[in-house]
Design a protein around this ligand. Structure first.
Ligand code: SAM
Length: 275
């Protein structure tokens, strides 16, 4: 295969986190799909457009396993998830448009998009789908098993870092943010897409009703599991507010921290620069 699959040694603790996530993954993924009704495709497009990918870049997409095991999600076919594929598509478009001569060197430089996930099953599904779709045949996609809280990458090695629907499930958000800051080069951008908080009158009430009544009922009907769905809704509520999360990103050392709410805050894209 043309894909380099780097085995990264995991600590026992990391394995535990992985196992726990495997157990609840079905619900999380299904939930993301149900809640977004397919909109997550547009949200991921938005995330990647904020990144401004360029040929020759080194990029790290964390929690980037496909997040979908085919047998586990009835929405598998509408959820063609991956941020990494979108980045490569974007770069290929830039290439097709043709670049001025000054960029010739960077064109020659190899684009490397690392996809890191704690769960090897999620990585394998992503790898399989990359093969099917013909992404990364030139070796530009590299699959790495690892924990967002303790990355195996060198300091100052990445031009960009993305994490989509991944940070809510980690044990220590602060560790993830400081690792993101460590591996980014100066000028590198951190981008995070996550389910967030709605604060618009009336819409907030509707969203609360949807979250606390409709979602658990769907959970009961579809999966026969009301509690997991309730837990999921609560995990979204427990995640820090947009402002609080922005200040955590600043505390990790990032500059020019900002966020954009999509669908009134159902999801938010946070960004920061390492300067
Ligand atoms: N980014 C993909 C997307 O947007 O479709 C997948 C999101 S999925 C809901 C969350 C992913 O985070 C899972 O694949 C899970 O294995 C991974 N994950 C959970 N904890 C992690 C950690 N500490 N480090 C790296 N990945 C983690």
């Amino acid at each position: 295969t043309s894909f380099g699959f780097k085995e990264v040694k995991e600590e026992e603790k990391a394995q535990m986190v992985g196992n726990v996530f495997t157990n609840v993954a079905t619900t999380y993924d299904l939930m993301n799909d149900l809640m977004s009704a397919g909109l997550h495709r547009l949200w991921k497009d938005r995330l990647v457009s904020k990144l401004n990918p360029f040929p020759g870049m080194n990029h790290l997409d964390v929690a980037g396993g496909t997040g979908q095991l085919p047998s586990q999600s009835i929405f598998y076919y509408v959820s063609d998830g991956d941020v990494a594929f979108r980045i490569l598509e974007n770069i290929n478009r830039v290439r097709q448009r043709g670049l001025p001569n000054v960029f010739e060197d960077s064109l020659k430089a190899e684009t490397q998009i690392y996809v890191c996930d704690i769960n090897p099953k999620m990585l394998n599904v992503g790898k399989q789908r990359a093969l099917e779709k013909g992404f990364g045949e030139d070796g530009s996609l590299i699959w790495v098993e690892g924990n967002a809280e303790s990355l195996s990458f060198q300091n100052d090695s990445m031009d960009g870092y993305t994490i989509a629907f991944g940070i809510r499930n980690v044990t220590h958000i602060e560790k993830v943010l400081s690792e993101a800051h460590r591996v980014l080069k100066r000028g590198g951008r951190f981008l995070c897409l996550e389910l967030s908080h709605v604060d618009i009158p009336v819409f907030k009430d509707l969203y609360d009703y949807y979250s606390f009544s409709v979602i658990p009922s769907i959970g009961e009907l579809v999966a026969g599991d009301r509690e997991s769905y309730q837990y999921l809704v609560e995990s979204i509520r427990r995640f820090p507010s947009q402002e609080k999360f922005a200040s955590m990103i600043s505390d990790a050392g990032f500059q020019k921290v900002e966020y954009e709410n999509l669908v009134g805050g159902v999801v938010a894209i946070h960004s920061g620069l390492k300067i």
